[in-house]
Structure formats: C-alpha cells, structure tokens
Design a protein around this ligand. Structure first.
Ligand code: 3NM
Ligand code: MG
Length: 510
C-alpha cells in the first residue's frame, strides 16, 4: 500500500464535541472518505486506551473497505493492537527508529516537522511522509510550536529536495478551501512540491464532510494559475510589449479598484483616468465580491490602516484571489509601527499578492527584517544596488509574484528577471503620494496583461516615470506644485500618443 497512497487530502480526526457536534466520528470519517480523502489519521489525545482501540477498529473497517490507510497519532501500541497501516508521530512522541523497529519496514510512519533540521532528521530516519506545519494559526491546535507560513514550508521542501529523499509531504494547520491552492502554489520549490494537505476542521468540523472533502480534492488536483512563471526566453525588448500594454489599457478601460489611504484617493483616481483606466475608490470589502467580477484589479494600500480597514482588505483580497484577478499590495510604512507590521503579516497570510510594491524599508519589512524599523513612511536608503537586486529577487521567488522596490532607481523582479529602471524625476519625491499612485498605475497594466505581470509592471512604471520627466522639463513647471498638474497632463498625453502608435518616448528609457 505504501507506494500508492493518495495524500492529496489527508484527514486528521478530532473527537472534541465542538467539532463533532454530536455526530459519530466513524460516520463523519466515512462520509469524508466517500468524498475523496486518501488517508486517515486517528488523533485523540484524551480517550482511554480501550476506547481508542475500539474507535480505531471501527475506523479501520471503513478505511479497509475503501483501500486507504489508517494511521494512529502517537500511539504505536494502538496501531499494533488493531493491525492498521501505521502511525503518525510528533517531535515529542516516540523516536522514529524505535517506532520503526516495533512496527516493521512495511508500516507507514509519518512525522510532524516544523524546521529544516527536523525534516532532515525524519528523512534520514526513514519517514514515509512529513506533516509540515503549523502553516497557519488554527483553533484546532493551539499549542503549536511554530507558525511557519508558506515560506517555511517552501524552505523545508527546498532543502529535502536537495537530499534526494523520496519522502512524501503534506502540510497542516489552518488549511481550508479558501487557501489550499495558494499554499500548494506558494510553498512549492523548483524540485519538490507538496503531495497534499492535511486537514481537521475543514472536513470534520463542517456539516457536509463528503462535499468538503470532494471540493478540497478537486482544488488540490486542479492547477491554480495564480502566476505562470515566464521562461527566460521572455527577455524581449521593451518595444515589443510596453506600447501594446498601454494601448490595451486605452482600448479596454480596465477597472482599478483602490482601497487606499486618505491622502492619495483623489490623486490615484486621476492617475488611473489619465492612463485610460477606470478607477473606483471603494474601501468597503463587501463590495469586492461584485467588483472582482469586472475583469479589473485591486490595489490594497495600507497607508491609513486600522482594524476595520484591515478586515476590509482581507475580504477584498480573498474575493479577487477567488476570481483570479490581480492584486497589488502597497505596504505603506510597513515597518513604522507594530500595528503595521502585524497588518503586513495578516495580509500576506490571508491571500496571494500578485504584485508587492514598496520602498526599500517597506520591502525589507515584508521580507522580514525587523531591524529595519522605519522612521516614518519616508524612504531612507541603506542597501546598495546589488543588495536591492538580491532582495527583490529573493522576495519575488519566495512569494512567487512580482516585487517592485521604488527609489532613485527602481527595481522590479519576478524572481528570474530583474529590471532596473532609472527614469523619473526628483519632483516625484517632492509631492505626496507619487509612490502610492504608482501602485494604481501598475494595477491598470497588470489587469490587462495578466499573462506576464512583470511586463505589466515595467510598462506602467516606464510610462509613469517618463511622464514625470517630460512634465518636469516643461517651461511652465517651476517646482512641485506646478509639476503635479503637468504630470497628469503628460501621463494622459503619452498614453494617447502610445495608443496611436507614437512610441518615440521609449527612446528616453535609460
Ligand atoms: N497538527 P485544522 S496543526 C493536528 O502543526 C494538527 O503539527 C498540527 O487542524 C501541527 O486543519 C493541527 O483544523 C491541527 O487547522 C490542524
Ligand atoms: Mg503528537
């Protein structure tokens, strides 16, 4: 049985009344198995041994009928007593070699791991599969050692891939139908992806376990097209895609749904209009369910974050993720306060962000450098150009998205391709909100060019920064005040010209 277990949806049981709600565990498990669960683990930390063995026997009768394995959490004695297929052991349970000795070579033994070291030790010890977690905080198990997120799972998968271990892998902790495809996608390393997900409440704790298991199974089996990794051959010249993307914004007027801060709402809407997009400034998350169906994109700019706003961002983020429409995240002032650092964590845990755009301090905070305590929301530069390239590449690789770091030079990366943009003008730094509205500009481009969001980001950034240069050079522009309306004019003019095929401005690209 060992080799052909389907780990796609791995069910871990829970007999607490809050989850079972008066139902018989065996009935719930049988329904889930009908729905497509490929492996069952009996996990019961409180029952007496006799009751455990009795439940295990009844469950084994079900799993045998469906030709799937039954594993027992922690209790090697119970597994031996009922002659089921194996055990699952945690880091505080019996040592793997001892369990193997007692159960023999054919038993399936899985191990809970939350660090690279634990994973390597389990592989060396001959674990058949790893339960990697805790991925997300969960009410089902609160004494977990580590919340490791997609990044933690990816690190473990990447490491064990290099050892050549054939171990199978599932992740566990807070997985449900709203995040299952995202965790599979975001956690995969180039050489190794998860075989599936282990769940408790998403199947045992719902009214219809059969439907829940079936739905999870089909989500695991279907490929999530959050982001297609473009091949290296995509390093094509700017002329071949920048004008086409701008013309498509002009021709199709994509919706740019902005959840943005109090300072820039008006400016952002005007930038969207100048680029030919259709702005809506809607901070109430409930509206996203309708707006996400209109083929546009969402900007989450947390410049005026508060608890209500955060809940609204999360609601909208989930809606756009479900509709597979792009989300641009601007972690404004991410490192400045504990509230903002927590907001970044929440937003990153709750959804997939197609593009993350920030200044150096913000991107460093998103990456996880908490020493980068920001003095406010102003940008103070400390990394050199090579370090910036390394950081945007690493973050884009980890998040499997596009990362933009703004500054005197801007850096944009999808992990494989990293582009430095040297256009722009110092007046952009002298008026408020230009960084924020760049997020709006990028949102318009990625909405019409979902197939390669790096190209979309580059097109929007070049249009934006070139318009700033042209505006600043005008005789009537005397400083930041006169620059602002001139910038809107030139953004509008360049977009109109590009739509007519006049693309001479691209020669200004440095
Ligand atoms: N083990 P749910 S998390 C049993 O991190 C268990 O090792 C965990 O429950 C670990 O799917 C967990 O309801 C509970 O979040 C998972
Ligand atoms: Mg345990």
């Amino acid at each position: 049985m060992k080799g052909n277990i389907d780990y796609s949806v791995y069910l871990v049981t829970d007999s607490t009344p809050a989850i079972l709600k008066g139902r018989d565990l065996v009935d719930v498990v049988e329904a889930a198995v009908r729905g497509g669960v490929g492996c069952v683990q009996l996990r019961d930390k409180t029952s007496d041994t006799a009751e455990l063995i009795s439940t295990a026997r009844r469950l084994h009768e079900v799993t045998q009928r469906y030709h799937i394995p039954l594993l027992i959490n922690d209790r090697v004695d119970v597994a031996l007593a009922v002659r089921c297929e194996g055990v699952h052991i945690g880091q505080d349970d019996m040592e793997l070699p001892v369990a193997r000795q007692l159960l023999g070579p054919d038993a399936i033994i899985g191990v809970t791991v939350s660090t690279v070291e634990e994973a390597l030790r389990a592989c060396e010890g001959g674990a058949d599969y790893l339960g990697i977690g805790t991925v997300y905080a969960t009410a089902t198990k609160t004494n977990t050692k580590n919340i490791i997120g997609a990044a933690g799972v990816q690190k473990i998968l990447g490491t064990i891939a290099h050892t050549g271990a054939s171990v199978r892998t599932v992740c566990i902790g807070g997985i449900n139908e709203s995040n299952v495809q995202r965790i599979l996608h975001q956690s995969s390393s180039p050489l190794k992806a998860l075989d599936g997900v282990a769940v408790v409440s998403a199947v045992v704790g719902v009214p219809d376990p059969e439907a829940a298991a079936g739905n999870l199974l089909s989500l695991v089996k279907t490929h999530a097209d959050f982001y297609r990794q473009p091949s290296r051959a995509d390093r094509i010249s700017l002329d071949s895609y920048v004008p086409a993307i701008i013309k498509k914004i002009h021709d199709t007027t994509p919706l740019s749904h902005n959840m943005t801060n109090l300072v820039v709402q008006n400016f952002a809407a005007n930038v969207a209009l100048a680029m030919g997009a259709s702005p809506i400034m809607a901070n109430y998350g409930e509206e996203a369910a309708d707006l996400c169906k209109l083929g546009g994109s969402l900007v989450i700019n947390m410049g005026s974050v508060d608890p209500v706003g955060l809940a609204n961002y999360v609601k909208a983020l989930k809606a756009y993720n479900m509709a597979r429409q792009p989300v641009v995240f601007d972690p404004v002032g991410a490192g400045a306060t504990a509230v903002r650092r927590a907001a970044v964590k929440t937003i990153m845990a709750e959804g997939y962000l197609d593009v993350i755009k920030g200044n150096e301090g913000e991107i460093r905070t998103v990456w996880g450098n908490h020493e980068a305590q920001q003095r406010g929301v102003d940008s103070s530069s400390t990394l050199d150009a090579d370090q910036k390239v390394a950081l945007v590449q690493a973050l884009a690789t980890r998040e499997k998205n596009v990362v933009i770091m703004t500054g005197k030079s801007d850096f944009v990366s999808d992990g494989q391709r990293t582009i430095k943009i040297d256009n722009g003008h110092e007046y952009l730094g002298a008026v408020t909100g230009t960084g924020c509205v760049l997020g709006t500009a990028v949102s318009a481009a990625v909405a019409v060019h979902k197939e390669d969001k790096l190209q979309g980001a580059v097109a929007a950034m070049l249009l934006f920064e070139t318009a700033a240069e042209v505006a600043a050079a005008r005789a009537d522009v005397q400083g930041p005040g006169t620059f602002l309306p001139a910038f809107l004019d030139e953004l509008y003019n360049l977009r109109q010209a590009t739509a007519k095929g006049e693309v001479g401005w691209l020669r200004r690209v440095k």
